[in-house]
Design a protein around this ligand. Structure first.
Ligand SMILES: Cc1cc2nc3c(=O)[nH]c(=O)nc-3n(C[C@H](O)[C@H](O)[C@H](O)COP(=O)(O)O)c2cc1C
Length: 328
């Protein structure tokens, strides 16, 4: 999986959930940039499995740098890293080759790759591939931090509830063998006005493109988003004003910090909707591709009761890659 983030950064993510390793190659980072590995590992740990309310799979997600860094400083050559997969239980997955999981990628992947796709752990469709994404985005977050740009995301709701009720809801989903969806809210501050582009490379297009590449993402909206469709212009319009330093601002932020694909200098705000985890322990209807008959499927193994919990740093990482590309 490889894509140009925009004009400057090219990111390749490789590996499968249960292959020997997963990793990333990042091209386009400036030379002479010192990476704070401790901070980067702490950032990646927020995504790692094994935390409360997430899958029981235990992976340290320790990044091993292969090239591109000399004494902790980028040298201009592509930054390549890998993470070993150590806690894989592939036998849990073999049945999904013939009996695809509802709502997972097993069936379309079977068709696209003629049955040769790696089914173990979801292959390269696994949420595990967001670990190298977090590495790449974590590096970009540090670069942006030096320029006064901060990206902070949080879990705003899970299973339709927010605040203290979320933990209860997650626990209930786990206990009953079910899963829930969630919404991650993100806010980017410190971006000066005029960053972005019009048309296909608009800031919104670029952010949405990479956010939708995170497995499980089903919706992205900016500022007032879908709610703006029910508003009047007089209520939705953000009035321009000067702040105490004479900078142009808006009094409200329904536009979410982006107009015409360009940043306005206001915080860039967006929300990302994650669907409930497809793999649930409850019996579900599926088909047997070998016998051509309908069948029931019972999924064993270790799964996240709510993808959105571990996806919070993935959203920050994705946004950082896009912003970094524009800022370089
Ligand atoms: C951090 C993270 C963890 C995930 N964990 C699981 C999991 O434990 N079980 C599962 O079935 N799907 C999990 N997913 C979601 C699937 O990878 C995803 O739903 C699947 O690949 C289909 O892609 P789509 O939902 O984008 O269409 C996870 C996704 C992320 C981002």
């Amino acid at each position: 999986m490889s894509f140009d983030i925009g004009k400057n950064i090219h990111l390749t993510i490789f590996g499968q959930s249960h292959s020997k390793a997963i990793g990333a190659v990042i091209e386009g980072l400036p030379a002479g940039f010192r990476i704070d590995m401790r901070a980067l590992k702490a950032f990646m740990a927020r995504r790692a499995p094994g935390q409360k309310g997430t899958t029981a799979r235990k992976e340290a997600d320790r990044p091993i740098i292969l090239s591109g860094l000399v004494d902790g400083i980028t040298c201009g050559s592509p930054l390549a890293m890998m993470i070993e997969n150590t806690d894989a239980r592939s036998k849990d997955y073999e049945q999904f080759r013939a009996v695809p999981r509802p709502m997972h990628a097993d069936y379309p992947a079977f068709v696209k790759y003629g049955g040769f796709n790696d089914i173990a752990g979801g292959g390269h469709f696994s949420g595990r591939l967001t670990a190298p994404l977090c590495f790449a985005g974590g590096v970009c977050l540090q670069y942006l931090g030096q320029k006064g740009i901060e990206i902070k995301a949080k879990l705003a709701s899970a299973g339709g509830v927010s605040g203290k009720k979320m933990q209860e809801c997650l626990e209930e989903a786990r206990k009953s063998g079910d899963s829930v969806g969630g919404i991650v809210e993100c806010c980017i501050t410190g971006v000066p006005a005029g960053v972005g582009d019009s048309g296909f490379d608009s800031l919104e297009s670029s952010l949405a493109r990479i956010l939708f590449s995170i497995p499980g993402v089903k919706g992205v909206d900016f500022g007032a988003g879908f709610a703006s469709a029910a508003m009047k212009g007089s209520a939705h319009n953000d009035a321009w004003c000067f702040d105490e330093k004479g900078n142009v601002k808006t009094k409200s932020n329904n536009h979410g910090g982006i107009l015409g694909g360009l940043s306005t200098g206001m915080p860039i705000t967006f929300r990302v909707a994650f669907k409930p985890t497809p793999s649930i322990a409850l019996p579900q209807e599926s088909v047997d591709l070998k016998s051509g008959k309908s069948t029931m499927l019972e999924i064993k193994g270790r799964h996240d009761p709510c993808i959105a919990v571990r996806a919070v740093p993935c959203v920050e990482a994705a946004a950082a890659l896009v912003l970094c590309d524009y800022m370089l």
